[in-house]
Write a protein that binds this ligand. Structure first.
Ligand code: SF4
Length: 351
């Protein structure tokens, strides 16, 4: 969807906009279902890149504790527990610029993917920049979905990252698409970008061919020690409007209300779900200080009459856990647990 169309939609009276996005949502999804997912950080901190929002960047002095790449045994142990709790997908993220075929760490990642895949779960990863060779090998090893956020507009991107380019991000996404893995890609708002930057981000995501199957919308969680540590919270109605236009422009994508929910009221979150968000990060184990507790989320979903998707062994390629940006947003560096539930085909694709 072109920028001008997005602007027109976005600038309507709020209730007109969310009426339209709700209608589109219901044409493609079960309106009462919300997917929940969580992540395992397999390598934390010490990243060579200088993403201004990220506590994992080695360029900034943050309180994040670094962790080397976890051992296969550690990861398989967590994945096995995840499976026992009903997970059908397992998502792993690593804080580094990217990986290249032929390196020891890439071989270890492939082994990790194979081992986790052997447990009978789908595997999702976010490993930074990759090319066609790496994408092909990851796909062959058993990766279902790859997360790589475009973060913001191409115009604003140089304001937040100087160590790689927006085009680098698009190149990785193209390699993922060509490999047959599904794409999870979204962005972050609240970094000082303009309304047009946010809409350009949606324009670019919506014009990917095919469109991403999953679109995380993160609200910046300012990290002490990073250049964006003093950014104010995102206005709730701006967030709702962005989610609504994302739903309209990407009707078959999961729109994930990702980082930043601790700064959004219950009522604000409800409005986001109504406008088209149908996925959240869930679990206070990973998100100790930065995500609502499981009980709080369960109570909210229950009060809203929203269903958490049932655990199922059914497989799907329409959604994925993420995200590099999410992993980067949490300062505790703790190892998360698992992706809890997955399935839910778009309504128009269900048998
Ligand atoms: S967002 Fe990713 S690439 Fe950027 S500094 Fe953080 S971990 Fe590194």
């Amino acid at each position: 969807m072109k920028l001008e169309q997005l602007r027109t939609r976005y600038r309507q009276p709020l209730f007109d906009l969310i009426s339209q996005s709700r209608q589109i949502h219901l044409e493609h999804w079960r309106g009462e279902e919300v997917q929940r997912c969580s992540l395992l950080s397999i390598k934390t901190g010490g990243c060579s890149e200088d993403c201004a929002y990220c506590a994992q960047s080695a360029h900034y002095s943050t309180s994040l504790e670094r962790e080397d790449l976890l051992s296969i045994e550690q990861i398989v142990d967590v994945a096995t527990r995840a499976r026992a709790q009903g997970a059908t997908r397992f998502c792993m993220g690593a804080a580094w610029r990217g990986v290249r075929a032929g390196t020891e760490k890439f071989e270890r990642v492939l082994e990790i993917v194979r081992e986790v895949g052997a447990l009978g779960m789908e595997v999702c990863v976010t490993l930074g920049e990759i090319g066609p060779v790496e994408a092909g090998k990851l796909k062959a090893a058993g990766v279902t979905a790859y997360n790589h956020n475009i973060d913001t507009s191409p115009e604003f991107y140089p304001e937040i990252v100087s160590t790689h380019t927006f085009q680098d991000r698009l190149d990785t996404i193209a390699a993922v698409q060509a490999s047959g893995m599904s794409v999870c890609s979204g962005g972050i708002i609240g970094m000082g970008e303009s309304e047009d930057d946010r809409l350009r981000m949606i324009e670019i995501l919506s014009e990917l061919d095919p469109q991403p199957q999953s679109v995380p919308i993160n609200c910046l969680m300012p990290q002490r020690g990073t250049p964006l540590e003093n950014q104010p919270p995102v206005d709730i109605f701006e967030l709702v409007r962005l989610i609504a236009v994302a739903r309209i422009a990407l009707p078959e994508a999961r729109v994930r209300l990702a980082a930043g929910r601790t700064r959004i009221s219950r009522e604000g979150q409800a409005l986001c779900f109504f406008a088209g968000a149908n996925s959240i990060f869930f679990g206070d184990k990973l998100l100790t200080a930065k995500n609502p507790g499981v009980d709080v989320d369960l109570a909210l979903l229950s009060e809203l009459g929203l269903n958490i998707e049932a655990v199922s062994r059914t497989t799907s390629t329409t959604d994925t856990a993420d995200s590099e940006s999410i992993l980067s947003s949490f300062t505790d560096g703790s190892i998360s647990d698992l992706k809890t539930v997955v399935p839910n085909q778009p309504a128009n694709k269900r048998a």
